[in-house]
Design a protein around this ligand. Structure first.
Ligand code: AHR
Length: 306
């Protein structure tokens, strides 16, 4: 991370325990499991925090209800990963009226609601999309190649920004996007949507860009069932860099993976403690992400933390 939240949060937290409500958006992917674990560990007794956790199961109404309940409980800070970018104004106004700071982890809210947000700790999704599709452009431009895209949850900042970044990288190339559809960041939907792409376009598809590892892993089943070889007949680029994703890359079934770091807990805890102590914090802390080819995946796997 950049800025002053980079250091690991220290223990203790004074005599008074800090009450934090964390509204996680779901449990849809390997990335999300690692992210939840990182936050639950950091927002705990080692940082003098008493945590109330809620899983919204990828439903905005559940997340809004959880945030309302945190406001009623009178927590000292609210942390949440917004499932989508828009539709938060009313609940964020309520938090502001109750003088409860709101810190985003992972995903962002839209411009109109930025005024209610104290800080965000997350990844640069647009850069991830641009890096993924720059690899596609570097390897396929000039070959008349056809691309299909498995997009993440419709309306989420992760999907919106990765799509924007990818479009930037493909501009001016002859790569044709045959189709792009929502796979909701899950293996099951990645498989179903890929089956549809294969039925519609058959062996015209040269490249798959899956906006997370899980959708890419689901798509592998569909590609194999269609009698094609993933990584060869269809080259595959994904985002996240989970253990399962890097294993598929090391095995030659994926071709390139762009990391999205889920281990945001220590930085979130540092921001929460600073905000509650009345210290000034930055509006944005971005994690550093790297990209992996097949050789880099093999080298990284033995020590991969998630
Ligand atoms: O918001 C981050 C994205 O959400 C991750 O790429 C994905 O795996 C998760 O579900």
């Amino acid at each position: 991370c950049s800025g002053n939240a980079a250091s690991t949060a220290g223990g203790g937290g004074g005599s008074k325990q800090i009450k934090v409500g964390f509204a996680q958006e779901g449990a849809e992917s390997g990335w999300r499991t690692a992210n939840t674990k990182s936050l639950q560990e950091a927002l705990g007794s080692k940082n003098g925090i008493k945590l109330t956790f809620s899983d919204a199961q990828q439903k905005q109404e559940n997340q809004i209800a959880a945030i309302r309940s945190f406001i009623t409980q009178g927590v000292d800070a609210i942390v949440f990963a917004p499932v989508v970018e828009t539709g938060w104004t009313d609940v964020l106004k309520q938090a502001k009226q109750a003088h409860i700071p709101v810190i985003l982890e992972d995903r962002d809210v839209d411009k109109a609601d930025q005024q209610y947000i104290t800080s965000r700790v997350g990844d640069d999704f647009e850069k991830e999309g641009e890096t993924s599709c720059k690899w596609i452009a570097d390897n396929f431009n000039g070959k008349g190649a056809n691309l299909v895209v498995l997009e993440g949850t419709a309306g989420s900042s992760a999907a919106n920004d990765r799509t924007t970044g990818c479009a930037k990288a493909l501009q001016g190339t002859d790569i044709k996007t045959l189709d792009q559809q929502d796979g909701n960041f899950t293996r099951a939907q990645g498989k179903t949507v890929m089956e549809g792409f294969l039925q519609k376009y058959g062996n015209k598809i040269n490249i798959l860009y899956a906006q997370n590892d899980d959708m890419g892993l689901g798509a592998l089943d569909a590609i194999k069932a269609a009698g094609l070889t993933p990584g060869k007949d269809i080259q595959i680029v994904t985002t996240d860099g989970t253990h399962d994703g890097l294993t598929a890359l090391a095995n030659g079934e994926f071709n390139y993976v762009v990391e999205c770091n889920p281990l945001l807990g220590d930085d979130v805890a540092k921001v929460v403690k600073d905000v509650v102590a009345g210290k000034k914090v930055d509006k944005l802390y971005l994690a550093k992400d790297q990209a992996f080819d097949q050789a880099a995946a093999k080298a990284a796997l033995p020590t991969r933390k998630y």
